[in-house]
Design a protein around this ligand. Structure first.
Ligand SMILES: [Zn+2]
Length: 192
């Protein structure tokens, strides 16, 4: 997937980016009552990191986790998480490849128990973006490049007010995107 910097990712009516690789996750459902604007408007992006096995890149573990196909015998860490029903809307791999698991119009299961400005269940009103990485090393420049283009496209489509880290909405429980995630490289950063 190649794109010019100035070019936005096209987002269709149900929130699919056709030029992203599409891997459908069963771990999704409807967002809450769309009439209840306060709780249902998509106004937040949550940034995460993930690597499976931990600190190893390029394998199929993330895709397998998000599609409930992780093999518990493949790695000791998998035995603890293979039954988790989780997903994210997007994954940005180390090489900048963009993968979409859930249409933005649907609720992905990435935030867990979470709270932001007195609103709980952040999955209801957020879009989840995973960067392939960990809490212990720098992310790749191309990942920031794709992230910024993706954020710009999302903000042109949805009334995004907050771009936050998982650790911002689940402090004490989650640490990602971690100390090596460089917020100053996020052009669309908006934590109010
Ligand atoms: Zn996370």
């Amino acid at each position: 997937m190649k794109k010019r910097d100035s070019q936005l990712y096209e987002i269709n009516a149900i929130g699919i980016i056709p030029c992203a690789a599409q891997v459908a996750s069963p771990n999704q459902d409807d967002r809450p009552n769309q009439c209840d604007v306060d709780s249902a408007a998509i106004d937040m992006v949550v940034i995460h990191n993930i690597s499976l096995p931990p600190k190893q890149y390029g394998g199929n573990g993330i895709t397998e986790l998000f599609t409930n196909q992780l093999n518990p015998d493949e790695h000791p860490y998998y035995a603890d998480i293979y039954t988790a029903k989780v997903s994210s809307h997007f994954l940005i791999r180390r090489d900048g490849a963009l993968i979409q698991f859930v249409p933005c119009a649907k609720r992905a299961w990435h935030a867990g128990i979470s709270k932001w400005k007195n609103r709980e269940r952040c999955n209801d009103f957020s879009i989840g973006i995973e960067l392939e990485g960990c809490d212990f090393e720098e992310f790749e420049a191309v990942q920031y490049k794709v992230l910024n283009a993706l954020l710009q496209s999302l903000k042109s489509t949805y009334p995004i007010q907050y771009v936050v880290g998982h650790s911002d909405i689940a402090p004490g429980r989650k640490t990602d995107p971690g100390p090596f995630f460089n917020w100053s490289k996020v052009a669309e950063k908006q934590i109010n």
